[in-house]
Design a protein around this ligand. Structure first.
Ligand code: NAD
Ligand code: TYD
Length: 351
């Protein structure tokens, strides 16, 4: 029986869905959300549960070891679900050190705190590390990533996540911490910051701005609805053996350009535009440096051992996602004001 779970990065895209799920599903368990509230973290994401009796938010930075140690003394959580990270590949190309600090140093700070705080009782606690399929590198036209695939990260983002995964496993092997890692494919859904492909394209189509497609648009990503990811985390957190790893993915591969065309068709319908109007906004731009060609996750282990299956077809999920963005203009306006404009100018002006 877990009385208190610390969730890091709970104000971000996936974290907010995980926090909401746990707050609602486990009313007898205290959920403490620790988040620095970077540009990607937004408490509006949790407005609907902010007053729940089993929920508490703490603003803080996982790179600050002293703060983290103090937090463990005061809060004494039974388990950690760690999502806090710098998460955007393009930002990691322009500023890799921030990714080293949060994704590597921040993770090790948390591991050191749990090692000390849970000493002698490791079997009664769990450290769940949320990672990405990008640690496995890039696939060619065929094949899929399994849990046995060797790590081969290419971007500063994926290298920092791979490093954090190695540290989490090392603390299991060296000190006996109860850890679990999951590596998930690209997520989509509500509350996604519009710097990643799908929310950026929705926002640009809505506001009649060019939709930037890197290179020829032939790179392939495997898309999973974010609430299916949150459900997978819940399942794995409660059922995995200590030290285990699960891949999470929806068997849902799309070439970027095909996905953008599907999105344009949906947006034409939703915005009462004539067929083909939104697609005129597609603009091919300079490719991302070191752009991984294809990701595809084999989630057979999760499906057969723990019975998880994705709940939504992509077309339905994308439609729901578009509806959410069109119905939540206030959210979109609040995250695209201020620094977002400057980021956008720097990222796309010379492409
Ligand atoms: P996000 O960028 O939307 O959210 C990250 C959150 O972490 C933000 O709320 C931010 O404020 C917080 N944060 C950043 N630095 C922090 C620090 N130093 N201290 C405390 N909090 C900090 O990211 P996301 O897309 O929700 O991803 C969450 C996790 O899932 C990440 O670990 C990411 O690597 C992993 N992941 C993401 C995807 C995806 O498609 N988005 C896929 C697989 C795995
Ligand atoms: P992204 O959402 O940044 O996720 P990741 O790089 O972690 O997979 O990008 C998804 C794909 O879309 C990736 O192949 C890069 C491409 N992309 C574009 O073509 N244009 C864009 O403006 C962005 C942000 C991404």
């Amino acid at each position: 029986m877990l009385n208190k779970i610390l969730i890091t990065g709970g104000a971000g895209f996936i974290g907010s869905h995980v926090v909401r799920r746990f707050v609602k599903t486990y009313p007898d368990c205290q959920i403490v959300n620790l988040d620095k509230l970077t540009y990607a973290g937004n408490l509006l994401n949790l407005k609907d549960i902010q007053d729940a009796p089993n929920y508490k938010f703490i603003k803080g930075d996982i790179t600050d070891a002293e703060f983290i140690n103090e937090l463990f003394l005061v809060e004494n959580p039974d388990a950690v679900i760690h999502l806090a990270a710098e998460s955007h590949v393009d930002r990691s190309i322009s500023n890799p050190m921030e990714f080293v600090m949060t994704n590597v140093i921040g993770t090790v700070n948390l591991l050191n705190a749990v090692r000390k705080s849970w000493e002698g009782n490791y079997d009664k606690h769990r450290f769940y590390h949320v990672s990405t399929d990008e640690v496995y590198g890039a696939l060619g036209e065929t094949g899929m990533f399994t849990e046995e695939t060797s790590y081969d990260p290419h971007s500063p983002y994926s290298a920092s996540k791979a490093s954090s995964d190695h540290f989490v496993r090392a603390y299991h092997d060296t000190y006996g911490l109860d850890i679990v890692i999951s590596n998930c494919s690209n997520n989509y859904g509500s509350h996604h910051f519009p710097e990643k492909l799908i929310p950026l394209a929705i926002n640009n189509i809505k506001t009649n701005k060019p939709v930037p497609v890197y290179g020829k648009g032939e790179n392939v990503r495997d898309w999973l609805w974010v609430e299916d990811h949150a459900r997978a985390i819940d399942t794995i957190f409660h059922n995995a053996k200590s030290g285990d790893t699960y891949n999470i993915g929806g068997h849902n591969e799309w070439k970027n350009i095909d996905l953008i065309h599907l999105l344009c068709d949906i947006m034409d319908r939703k915005l009462n535009r004539s067929s083909g109007e939104s697609a005129k906004l597609i603009s091919y731009v300079t490719d991302r440096a070191g752009h991984d060609l294809r990701y595809a996750i084999d989630s057979t282990k999760l499906q057969t051992e723990l019975g998880w299956v994705p709940s939504l077809q992509f077309e339905e999920g994308l439609e729901k996602t578009v509806d959410w963005y069109l119905e939540n203009e206030l959210w979109l306006d609040s995250v695209t004001s201020g620094n977002y404009q400057e980021y956008y100018k720097n990222q796309y002006s010379n492409k």
